[in-house]
Design a binder for this molecule. Structure first.
Ligand SMILES: [Zn+2]
Length: 443
C-alpha cells in the first residue's frame, strides 16, 4: 500500500514492522568505486556456478547480469541514494507550505461548520491528505512511475498506477481518522498524552497488522493458490518442519505492478499467510525458493513481528515525548503564520507530521540496526531449516541483486543509515561461510 504521507502509526508499521518480514530491501543505494568492483566480481563469480541463463520475453538476458544491466544497477543505486534525501526534503517542504500559507488553518475553518466534532476532524484529515497528495503528485509520478518505468520495473500503464495510488489515498483517508482523533482527544485531556497515546496505539497497530494482509493487500492484488503443486507440497513440508501448521499458502500476482521479487510470511492470531511473489516462483530454483521461504518462516517462528510491534510502541513513545518537548516553542514562534496557537488545535496536524518525519529520519539508524539484526537471525534460521547449501542461498541473494537492481555492496554509511537488511555481499558471505551448529547437524 502506498501512503501519500508519513503517517506515524502506519510508518512505524512499514518501517519497523513490515520491513523485517520482507526478504529483500526494495531499494538500492549508493555505489562507490570499490562497491562496483565487488559487484562485478560477485557477478562473474556466480556465472561459473549456475548453468542456466534467464532470458526475458524480449530476449534480454536477465541473469547472469549483462554489462548493460550492471550499468543500470549502478545508475539506479546512485539515483536512490540521492532520492532518499531529496524525498525527505520534498515531504517537509510540502508540509511547510501547507503550514506557512495558513492552508491548514483555512481547511479547519472550512470544516468548522460540521456540527459533530468527530466528522469535522475527519473532513479536515481528508482535505489535508488531498492537498498533501496533490502537492506531492508531480514528485510521486516522477519517482514511482517514471523512474520505475525507465529502469524497467513498471508493469502498469499510467492510469492503472494512478488508480492504485488513489485507492491508497482513499484507504489512508478512511483509517487516518483513528490515530488523529485519538491524538487530539489525549492532547486536550492529559499532560502526559504521549504516554497514553503510545499505550493506546497497541491495539491499533495489532489491528492494522491483522487487517492489512487479509483485507487491504487483496484490494491491490490477486492472492491465489500455487499453480505449481509440487512446489506447494515442498513449502507445506517446510512449514510443517518449522512447526507452522495450518498456514495458507498464496501466490500473489505481484508482477502486475512490478517485476521486483519478494516474499513474506505474516500472521497474528488466526491469519497465518505464506506469500510468494509470482516473480520469485518464475525466476528462482526450488532450493533458492526453499531458502527464501525458510528465512520468512524464521521471522514468524522467532516472533519478529511481535518484537517489531514492541519496538514500534517504544519508538512512538519516545518520538512523541521528544516532539512534546520541542513543538510548543515552534507554535508560539509562528502562530500568526500558521493560524493556530496550540497543539490541541487539530490544524496543527501537519506540524506534528513535520516533527515525526524529522525524528524518524534522524533515528532511522537505530530502527534499521534492529531490523538488520533480526534479518541476520532469519538468514541463520533459513540455512538451518532449509538444508540448502550455501551456494544456493548465495545465488538467491545474487538474483535479488540482479532482478531488483539492488546494490550488493552499498557505501557503509548508507547501509548503516538506510538499510533494513544487511548488504547482499555480507549476506552472501555469511551463507557461504555458514556451518550447521552441532545440535542441528543430522547424522
Ligand atoms: Zn527477512
Amino acid at each position: 500500500m502506498k501512503s501519500p504521507i508519513p503517517l506515524f502509526v502506519l510508518i512505524c508499521l512499514t518501517a519497523i514492522f513490515t520491513v523485517p518480514i520482507a526478504f529483500a530491501d526494495s531499494t538500492g543505494v549508493a555505489v562507490d568505486i570499490a562497491a562496483i568492483d565487488t559487484a562485478t566480481a560477485v557477478a562473474t563469480d556466480t556465472v561459473a556456478m549456475i548453468e542456466s541463463v534467464i532470458v526475458d520475453e524480449s530476449g534480454e538476458q536477465l541473469y547472469p547480469m549483462s554489462p548493460e544491466r550492471h550499468e543500470r544497477l549502478v545508475s539506479y543505486s546512485k539515483f536512490n541514494s540521492i532520492w532518499r534525501f531529496v524525498s525527505f526534503f520534498i515531504g517537509l517542504a510540502v508540509l511547510a507550505l501547507i503550514l506557512f500559507t495558513g492552508l491548514s488553518a483555512r481547511l479547519r475553518d472550512w470544516v468548522s461548520g460540521i456540527r459533530i466534532k468527530f466528522f469535522a476532524v475527519w473532513a479536515f484529515v481528508a482535505l489535508f491528505l488531498l492537498a498533501d497528495y496533490i502537492l506531492n503528485l508531480p514528485f510521486s509520478i516522477y519517482r514511482s512511475f517514471l523512474v520505475e518505468s525507465d529502469y524497467g520495473f513498471m508493469n502498469q500503464t499510467f492510469m492503472e498506477w494512478l488508480g492504485e495510488d488513489l485507492l491508497g489515498l482513499l484507504i489512508t483517508a478512511a483509517f487516518m481518522i483513528i490515530p488523529v482523533w485519538f491524538f487530539y482527544q489525549l492532547v486536550n485531556k492529559y499532560r502526559r498524552w504521549w504516554l497514553w497515546f503510545s499505550l493506546g496505539a497497541i491495539p491499533f497497530i495489532v489491528l492494522m497488522a491483522v487487517i492489512v494482509p487479509v483485507l487491504i493487500s487483496p484490494m491491490f492484488n490477486e492472492f491465489g493458490p500455487l499453480n505449481d503443486k509440487q512446489l506447494e507440497a515442498e513449502i507445506i513440508a517446510l512449514a510443517e518442519q518449522a512447526g507452522i501448521e495450518g498456514a495458507n499458502i498464496y501466490e500473489v500476482d505481484a508482477s502486475k505492478q512490478s517485476s521486483k521479487i519478494n516474499a513474506y510470511v505474516t500472521g497474528l492470531f488466526g491469519t497465518k499467510r505464506i506469500v510468494l511473489y509470482d516473480t520469485l516462483i518464475k525466476y528462482f530454483t526450488l532450493d533458492e525458493i526453499k531458502f527464501v521461504m525458510a528465512h520468512e518462516m524464521g521471522h514468524y517462528k522467532m516472533n519478529h513481528v511481535w518484537q517489531g510491534v514492541g519496538l514500534a510502541i517504544l519508538f512512538i513513545m519516545f518520538a512523541l515525548w521528544l516532539m512534546n518537548r520541542l513543538i510548543h516553542s515552534v507554535i508560539v514562534r509562528f502562530k500568526n503564520r500558521f493560524g493556530f496557537d496550540s497543539l490541541s488545535d487539530y490544524a496543527s496536524w501537519p506540524l506534528v507530521l513535520v516533527f515525526l518525519t524529522v525524528i524518524m529520519f534522524v533515528f532511522q539508524p537505530v530502527t534499521n540496526s534492529f531490523s538488520r539484526h533480526i534479518e541476520r537471525q532469519a538468514d541463520t534460521y533459513g540455512m538451518e531449516m532449509s538444508g540448502v547449501d550455501g551456494e544456493a542461498a548465495a545465488t538467491a541473494f545474487d538474483k535479488l541483486s540482479v532482478f531488483n537492481l539492488s546494490d550488493p555492496n552499498p557505501n557503509a554509511f548508507v547501509e548503516f543509515w538506510f538499510y533494513s537488511h544487511p548488504s547482499l555481499v555480507k549476506r552472501m558471505a555469511f551463507v557461504r561461510g555458514w556451518q550447521p551448529s552441532p545440535e542441528t547437524t543430522k547424522p
